[in-house]
Design a protein around this ligand. Structure first.
Ligand code: SAH
Ligand code: TMP
Ligand code: ZN
Length: 407
């Protein structure tokens, strides 16, 4: 039994992924004996409908001066955040003289850079010092701090109230969601907009993309669970927008209750969640069976390819791949190496399964027969970039929504 972080109701886990390492902890051989593992189980609270990990490693084990996720690695994500910023400017800030925008989890500044010019004032709150430094070097205002009620108080004292609070792929990382929302409530100017996006529970269920669950992703949000959590602090959902990023995300727009009109889309999307079964415990039992199928099918395929003498290389050492590889028990015996563009990951080994991570250039002129695409959320960009691989007869292996080879 576990207690829901949002409403304190007791619930049972619906899946046990077994011991999991820190998803972004790409490590050297000398650190193997000291590697940190936690027990990764996920559950559904039938009372407030939040899907959550039962246990999460401490925040400073995950976010620190050696954090390996740099947002700027994808060109398409940079375009995506430009559009996010334009949406906020046009639809929520156009009537303000000098709007103040706060972003948490601002990382290397991929979104904030769109608010760098007047009339906007901006502030990033980012606890991982190395990525925050990249933003600071671009001339962006970014403080190295975890966002919470105390940080919100400091911000208000130093800069005043915020007209927009933004976050992307960050809110679902923070187990103390109530403390964050209290911080937001303290921070916002009357009628200010709160807009954040995270991987969407509905898409995870539709695609059996269980790899969205890893140490950092303590929650998988839905409109139902977000409404319930924010309602406790006087906020209401005013709009929501399904997104294609990260394999299927949702952007939530909230404001103090009664301050802004509520889009009819909110009701529609809430109904879609009901139709999809997101409020029913059975849905999560069915989901578990789907996870087991993917786990077993992929392992079987890789063993067969190995037996047939084929080479398989992993493409992009994503955080998500840590869940897949550890859950399925796929190691360097089945995958030669993982190719990745992030310098900090190269020359290291993948968390838990210890598959070598090598520079993307290693692949050029040295394609294997198969590439297993971990970064399926960047499929379009990657297939275009690696067009030569398929032309030379190489085949992509996909595992979402099921295990298949792209012929
Ligand atoms: N927004 C970026 C980065 C997402 S990664 C993008 O979408 O690409 C999540 C980021 O949240 C990390 O950089 C991590 O350091 C940061 N983070 C984690 N906990 C936080 C907290 N309590 N307050 C602010 N940022 C946090
Ligand atoms: P994520 O955004 O799904 O977490 O994955 C990001 C990782 O994927 C990061 O380590 C960089 C890597 N990557 C590549 O290696 N090649 C690529 O073309 C892209 C887009 C990402
Ligand atoms: Zn609950």
């Amino acid at each position: 039994m576990a207690k829901c972080r949002i409403c304190q109701t007791e619930y049972q886990p619906f899946i046990d992924f077994g011991p999991m390492p820190i998803s972004n902890n790409f490590l050297s051989e000398k650190d193997f004996p000291r590697e940190y593992f936690f027990s990764m189980k996920a559950g559904f609270c039938h009372s407030c409908s939040m899907v959550q990990l039962l246990e999460q490693p401490a925040a400073d084990v995950m976010f620190h001066d050696n954090y390996t996720f740099f947002s700027g690695t994808s060109r398409l994500m940079a375009e995506h955040f430009k559009k996010f910023a334009d949406d906020i400017k046009q639809n929520y800030l156009s009537d303000k003289a000098s709007p103040f925008v706060v972003e948490i989890g601002s990382n290397d500044g991929i979104m904030l850079q769109n608010f760098a010019e007047a009339p906007y004032r901006h502030l990033g709150v980012e606890p991982s010092a190395n990525v925050a430094r990249v933003a600071q070097e671009k001339g962006l205002n970014s403080i190295v701090r975890f966002f919470n009620l105390d940080t919100a108080k400091e911000i208000v004292t130093a800069h005043g109230h915020a007209d927009a609070f933004l976050a992307a792929n960050c809110m679902c990382h923070i187990p103390t969601l109530h403390d964050i929302i209290e911080g937001i409530a303290h921070l916002m100017a009357p009628g200010g907009v709160v807009a954040f996006e995270d991987p969407y529970l509905g898409e995870v269920i539709r695609n059996t993309s269980f790899d969205q669950l890893y140490d950092e992703h303590v929650f998988l949000f839905s409109l139902h669970s977000i409404s319930a959590a924010f309602a406790q602090h006087g906020f209401e959902l005013i709009d929501a927008k399904p997104l294609e990023t990260h394999g299927g995300s949702m952007r939530y727009y909230l404001s103090q209750k009664g301050k802004r009109p509520v889009s009819p889309r909110v009701k529609q999307l809430l109904q879609e969640e009901v139709n999809l079964g997101l409020l029913l415990p059975e849905t999560y039992d069915k989901f578990r069976l789907g996870c087991e199928q993917i786990r077993d099918d992929l392992k079987y395929l890789l063993i067969k390819l190995k037996r047939d003498g084929k080479r398989v290389v992993g493409y992009a050492a994503t955080s998500k791949s840590t869940t897949l590889l550890n859950y399925a028990g796929i190691g360097p015996d089945l995958i030669d190496f993982i190719s990745d563009t992030t310098p900090l990951k190269q020359g290291k080994f993948s968390p838990g399964m210890h598959i070598p991570v090598l520079a993307a250039e290693t692949l050029q002129g040295n394609y294997p027969e198969y590439l297993l695409l971990f970064a399926y959320n960047h499929q379009k960009e990657i297939f275009a970039k690696e067009a030569q691989f398929a032309k030379d007869g190489g085949k992509w292996i996909m595992f979402v929504p099921n295990v298949h080879v792209v012929e």
